[in-house]
Ligand binder design. Structure first.
Ligand code: FAD
Length: 567
């Protein structure tokens, strides 16, 4: 194409059919018996995402359709309600009717659907799904009979779709959960009166999980309990809540995020009040972090598809953009990250299906907690930069709101990076866990076992570099250093990046070894090795020669046969 008038967008295509990498990954992770059904459901979802739901998402994000607070009804009665706008409501209804949060669905299937939904970067839908999922899980595991019988059906219903929320953050801070001031007083009749102000209340639809400190409870996280607070009480009366205002945000604009007051609102404690922080982290925040990671991968794949599509059609100086090495490098760079981050996120998901969200075995529980924090951090940390790269492939048209979804993805990527634990918070938590448990030993064992199965003559340059960096990292992350708070606080990001680089690359090399008839993952592992491990100048990476021949096949996600042994 040389004329912009003839440009064809990717709307309407089956994003899952276009995603050979995800098919390979799920093909490895899913049980044989589930594969056909899950794939069929993903194809169906992908067509809805790129078709009618893409349209709804676009409309939902127009200024005139953004959410607003409705304080009173026409007769002047207080309502304290959010009008989500007709398009967001419809989108949420249709997603609920599709059955995204269907009971009994495996995590692998659920998070693959979330990944696809994220191709539209639609916070109005995705945040609500994530918060509702966490609320369902904590009530299923620890809610009273009343909460389970009354509210689980509503949380899953098509009438009040994705209506769950979680309010922890207060004005004095979000990362420091132990500092929360919202108070809960026992009414003595099975209910509690919740009083306080919450500073970031996303998706404040119908059913809220509120973190509060029971009167007289210990300071810090030990005294935090979690409560279920409905907007409207079971007798139909409005609960004692009020909205101050909606945040005017950089991103996720179709998603309302409010400042809210709880003025002695009626709440029901979830689980044992003394376990509140543990339940909050294990069932609610960790699930949100999983959603966040799957969302980030979905954003990255959509950005890759958009950039590739444009680069194929746009001509400059007599050739399609996709033929230019600098454009190819950008696209391959996105694909390389996508394969690593998706592998991390979905292997973890399969592990949760196998061992449960909160495993009884303490070592397994710590390993999963590490992987959840790692996946949230790694998938988010470079996301804004990757969407930015995709926009730059389009040049000026990348900046234009109605040309592609990329401007919205760019804004929302900033939110993906921030909520549910910003980068420093996650890395510091990993360092604290490493200091007090045998996490690093488990990480070492995982990598060593991959190395044992990694043949010497397969990706041998990458393997050598890998072994060297691995040995260096093990020495660096000694127990003495990890227990030195000053050292850990200073090097947390660098240390966690090393843990992530090596684990992702090990798993990618392992995938490559399984895919004997297609060298796509092998080439990508070699490119990852050049990027993450090499101390060279970058002018002559070992993968350069193979890339010369196979770059376009890589970008097009075609099968590749290459000489990968020495790479
Ligand atoms: C759009 C949006 C929606 C949100 N929705 C919700 C919601 O529905 N419910 C909810 O509870 N919260 C919500 N949040 C809040 C979000 O979870 C917090 O912003 C987040 O937890 C960080 O808290 P904070 O903003 O108070 O930053 P702070 O805790 O003040 O931290 C600021 C920065 O300092 C860093 N930092 C903190 N401690 C350290 C340290 N010891 N060393 C080094 N660096 C450190 C942090 O990583 C962060 O980068 C939302 C936020 C956004 C942006």
């Amino acid at each position: 194409m040389t004329r912009l008038e003839d440009f064809k967008g990717i709307e309407g295509m089956d994003f899952f059919a276009e995603d050979r990498g995800m098919q390979v990954l799920l093909g490895e992770l899913l049980r044989e018996a589930d594969r056909e059904t899950v794939f069929a459901s993903l194809h169906e979802c992908a067509r809805l995402v790129s078709g009618p739901w893409n349209e709804l998402a676009r409309e939902a994000n127009r200024a005139e359709n953004l959410p607003r607070i409705v304080k009173y009804d026409r007769a002047g009665n207080p309502t304290e309600q959010i009008d989500f706008g007709p398009f967001t409501r419809q989108l949420r209804r249709e997603a609920a009717a599709f059955g995204i949060l269907k009971e009994g669905r495996s995590n692998l299937h659920l998070f693959a659907l979330v990944y696809l939904l994220a191709h539209n970067g639609e916070g109005g839908l995705d945040c609500g799904l994530s918060c509702t999922d966490g609320l369902i899980r904590v009530i299923e595991a620890h809610g009273s009979e009343f909460l389970r019988e009354t509210y689980l059906p509503r949380l899953r219903s098509v009438e009040t779709p994705s209506a769950g929320a979680q309010f922890v953050t207060e004005r004095q801070g979000g990362s420091d959960v132990g500092a929360i001031e919202t108070e809960a007083r026992d009414n003595g009749d099975g209910t509690w009166a919740i009083t306080g102000n919450k500073w970031f209340c996303s998706n404040p639809d119908e059913y809220f999980l509120v973190a509060a400190r029971p009167a007289g409870a210990a300071a810090g996280t030990a005294g935090v309990a979690i409560f279920f607070v409905p907007r409207v009480l079971p007798d139909g009366k409005l609960n004692n809540i009020s909205f101050r205002r909606l945040k005017n945000k950089l991103g996720t604009q179709s998603l309302p995020t409010a400042e809210m007051d709880f003025n002695g609102a009626t709440g029901y404690v979830i689980g044992d009040a003394r376990d509140g922080f543990k339940l909050l982290m294990s069932y609610v925040i960790n699930v949100s972090r999983m959603h966040n990671a799957a969302n980030a991968c979905g954003f990255l794949h959509r950005a890759f598809l958009e950039a590739r599509n444009y680069a194929r059609q746009r001509h400059a100086f007599g050739k399609a953009l996709i033929e230019y090495p600098l454009i190819q490098e950008t696209l391959v760079g996105m694909l390389e990250k996508l394969w690593r981050y998706r592998l991390l996120t979905f292997r973890l998901t399969a592990m949760i299906d196998e061992h449960g969200l909160v495993p009884a075995d303490a070592e397994q529980a710590m390993w999963q907690r590490f992987l959840i924090n790692l996946a949230k951090y790694r998938t988010g940390a470079t996301l804004t930069a990757s969407i930015h790269d995709a926009i730059m492939v389009l040049g000026g048209n990348g900046i234009v709101e109605d040309f592609t979804v990329l401007p919205r993805l760019l804004r929302d990527a900033m939110i993906i990076e921030t909520w549910e634990g910003p980068h420093n918070t996650l890395c510091l938590q990993i360092m604290r866990d490493a200091a007090k448990s045998n996490l690093i030993a488990r990480w070492r064992a995982e990598i060593s076992s991959v190395l044992e199965r990694w043949p010497e003559d397969f990706l041998s340059t990458t393997r050598n570099q890998f072994e060297e960096t691995f040995a260096q990292t093990v020495t660096l992350l000694s127990p003495e250093r990890l227990m030195n708070n000053g050292w850990a606080a200073m090097h947390a990001r660098r240390a966690v990046d090393r843990l992530g680089d090596l684990l992702e690359l090990a798993w990618l090399a392992e995938t490559a070894a399984h895919q004997a008839s297609d060298h796509t993952p092998a080439l990508l592992a070699s490119i990852s090795g050049d990027k993450l491990l090499s101390s060279g100048s970058g002018f002559e990476p070992p993968s350069a020669e193979a890339l010369d021949q196979h770059t376009l096949s890589l970008i097009n996600e075609s099968h590749i046969r290459a000489e990968v042994a020495p790479l």
